[in-house]
Design a protein around this ligand. Structure first.
Ligand code: GDP
Ligand code: IMO
Ligand code: MG
Length: 421
């Protein structure tokens, strides 16, 4: 039987999770998202065509894969329909391929309005959210006011719940943020109409997911990254879900004894989009150069990503928190033309007012100054690229089992087949 595995971003998101999930999905049976929402942007490049998935698991482009949106994901019906339609336009049909948990909480227009109003009010102290209503939706889930997809099945119950919740939201929008309110009837009619377009995909997923795991070959796909975790990240500059292993358990109901391998997705350098501390950030020409070569523009919001050297201290924390078995190191090709490459290995306390960090320590390694683009065999890598990879392995005491050498599907080194080990 094939392994069931999970993938989690080890830093601040955008590590290349989508690409690695797509590659591994070639031999998988199912791909499952467990947290976050359409704040995620997972990029797949297939035959020079770019697909950006926000809500639907990155295994969806493979005919052999069942894609499941687990109960821990927050769902915008508009974003979901837009994504389904885009896939269908590209000839990817979802019948008997896409399954969505009826327990997912719905992102309402008022969640989005509150998210954006709150950011405006915070001004310079804003979090730099994606403005997709993620935080307010998870707040309503935790305070037990939220509306789940299953509520849409009963019009009377849905209308009552929506009215209660949106009246509360509109009160806050009007009286606290001094913003426009949103018409409850228009939202109700819109959601009830659009539910008809997605109802065929809605199921009760927890038993379904465990049954899939009994058959093997399941890839659980994390969104965001460990340092954006609501509990373990750089709070308050985080997202509102558990992006770490606990989110996988609560967001699917999987029996963890069925999951055999955890893969951390780590970019060969670090990036962050949005505000908050970033100890190894390079606010200089080198950072700009990395960003330019790496195309570090947000897949969801189009914002420029901040860049810095690989933060090995964060990587160690991520391995510990997520019980990772191995790492996929992505975008190594972006570092092809640097004379020296540094790794941030340690620092003191982070000051959450100024975001400054004391006692930063780096190790510096020689660059390889040769193209690694498209290399598929570890032994074909230049000597100094191997030195870089093996230095990281030594620091983290964990194997780097996969190395990504370009955005396309075939640009990858798989030292082991993690679905089979
Ligand atoms: P995710 O959110 O973790 O799925 O990552 P994103 O899709 O937001 O960002 C990763 C970006 O890097 C995308 O544009 C990918 O196409 C690209 N990418 C992924 N792996 C590689 C790689 O090994 N080399 C290069 N040059 N680009 C890559
Ligand atoms: P993927 O899955 C990078 C960041 C936002 C902001 C913070 C909170 O593509 O790696 P939110 O809208 O979630 O309340 O914003 O989290 N953020 C991401 N950064 N990659 C992501 O997803 C992100 N999803 C949210 O920029 O700093
Ligand atoms: Mg992304």
């Amino acid at each position: 039987m094939k392994n069931n595995i999970f993938l989690i971003g080890t830093h601040w998101g955008d590590e290349g999770k989508g690409k690695v999930v797509d590659v591994l999905s070639a031999e998988a049976n199912a791909c499952i998202r467990f947290q976050g929402g359409h704040n995620a942007g997972h990029t797949l490049v297939i035959n020079d065509k770019k697909f950006i998935l926000h809500l639907i698991p990155s295994g969806i482009l493979r005919d052999n894969v069942k894609s499941v949106i687990g109960n821990g994901v927050v769902v915008s019906v508009d974003a979901l329909i837009a994504e389904i339609e885009e896939l269908q336009t590209n000839g990817i049909f979802l019948d008997n391929k896409l399954f969505i948990s009826q327990n997912c909480h719905l992102i309402l227009p008022t969640h989005i309005a509150i998210d954006q109003a709150r950011e405006r009010k915070l001004g310079k102290k804003s979090i730099g959210t994606t403005g997709r209503g993620i935080g307010p939706c998870y707040e309503d889930k935790t305070s037990r006011k939220g509306i789940r997809i299953l509520d849409l099945k009963n019009e009377t119950i849905f209308l009552k719940k929506l009215e209660d919740l949106m009246e509360y939201h509109n009160f806050i929008l009007k009286n606290y943020f001094h913003e426009d309110v949103i018409d409850i009837k228009i939202v109700a009619d819109d959601l009830l109409t659009k539910f008809k377009l997605i109802s065929q995909y809605i199921i009760d997923t927890d038993e379904f997911i465990n049954d899939l795991c009994m058959k093997g070959g399941v890839v659980f796909e994390g969104a965001q990254g460990t340092m954006l975790d609501i509990d373990h990240g750089t709070f308050p500059y985080v997202t509102s879900s558990n992006t770490t292993l606990s989110g996988l358990v609560s967001g699917t109901g999987v029996n963890m004894s069925l999951v055999n391998y955890g893969l951390g997705i780590t970019k060969a350098y670090s990036t962050r989009v949005g505000h908050g501390p970033f100890p190894s950030e390079l606010s200089n020409d080198i950072g700009d150069r990395i960003g330019k070569i790496g195309g570090e523009i947000g897949a969801t919001t189009g914002r420029t990503r901040r860049c810095g050297w690989l933060d090995a201290k964060v990587l160690k924390k991520s391995i510990r928190l997520n019980n990772l078995s191995g790492i996929a190191l992505t975008k190594i090709d972006v570092l092809d033309n640097f004379n020296e490459i540094s790794i941030c290995v340690d620092y003191g306390e982070i000051d959450y007012e100024s975001f400054s960090v004391e006692d930063l320590e780096f190790i510096e390694l020689p660059g390889w100054k040769t193209s690694t683009v498209g290399i598929t065999n570890y032994n074909d890598l230049p000597k100094n690229a191997k030195l870089y990879i093996e230095t990281i392995e030594g620091l983290i005491n964990t194997p780097i089992d996969i190395i990504s050498t370009g955005p396309a599907r075939d640009e990858i080194i798989q030292k082991i087949n993690i679905l089979d080990v």
